[in-house]
Design a protein around this ligand. Structure first.
Ligand code: HEM
Length: 196
């Protein structure tokens, strides 16, 4: 998805190839019971969420900002103060990620960017995109945990589309599965070679 968001390199030559193949990803989808219906419900969510991105980010940033041990990862290594430029830069890419997740277009570029996002949470690439000197790694256990607040707080936004309760349930389920598969892909740099 081409945008002018600083540091958002999806689909560009700056992104390396994912060590996970499309075939591996097809098996991950199967293991997660992620199917064509989930793609359909994610795309349904796109139309509902696309005009609410800033409000969603306000909620998610509110959660991270008010949880000191999470805000920690956005703080300067030197003085422990939150780095507002860093928070602001990441926020723009996070907004695009909402749309990308709802777009549910799974191809090699998407897979490669998942790998890139993993590296950016891991010490390999954290801080380089925004050129900051913040703490060097996001500990992986919190990455899995955040699946819950992210997909729980999304529900009121999904409800605003005026769809049936069943449709909202299915959209939320599809989001849970998609975010689960993504955080699994992001965990790859954290795991010893041959054990992912
Ligand atoms: C970066 C999503 C967990 C802190 C990002 C980006 C996205 C994202 C979309 C921007 C990627 C890009 O550069 O295009 C998520 C999701 C999570 C999660 C969906 C869990 C389900 C966490 C946790 C923390 C965290 C637990 C700790 C507070 C950060 C930081 C960056 C970042 C500091 C910037 C990394 C860099 O230096 O490039 N995240 N994240 N994330 N996230 Fe997360």
């Amino acid at each position: 998805m081409a945008t002018n968001i600083p540091g958002y390199t999806y689909g560009t030559a700056a992104v390396g190839k994912s060590p996970v193949s499309l075939d591996d990803f097809a098996k991950l989808k199967q293991a997660s019971l992620f199917g064509d219906d989930d793609v359909r419900y994610l795309k349904m969510s796109h139309d509902i969420l696309k005009d609410q991105v800033e409000q969603i980010l306000d909620v998610w940033y509110g959660f991270v900002g008010s949880t000191p041990f999470l805000l920690h990862y956005f703080t300067n290594a030197s003085d422990g103060q939150p780095n507002m430029d860093y928070l602001g830069g990441v926020r723009k890419r996070f907004g695009q990620w909402i749309l990308d997740t709802a777009n549910a277009e799974y191809n090699q570029d998407w897979l490669n960017y998942q790998h890139e996002i993993g590296l950016r949470h891991h010490t390999t690439k954290k801080n380089t995109t925004d050129n900051v000197k913040a703490v060097p790694i996001i500990h992986v256990h919190y990455i899995f945990a955040l699946l819950i607040p992210i997909t729980t707080t999304l529900r009121p936004f999904l409800e605003k589309g005026g769809h049936s309760r069943d449709d909202v349930d299915r959209m939320q389920d599809a989001w849970r599965k998609s975010v689960l598969m993504q955080v699994i892909l992001w965990s790859q740099p954290y795991i010893k070679q041959g054990e992912f």
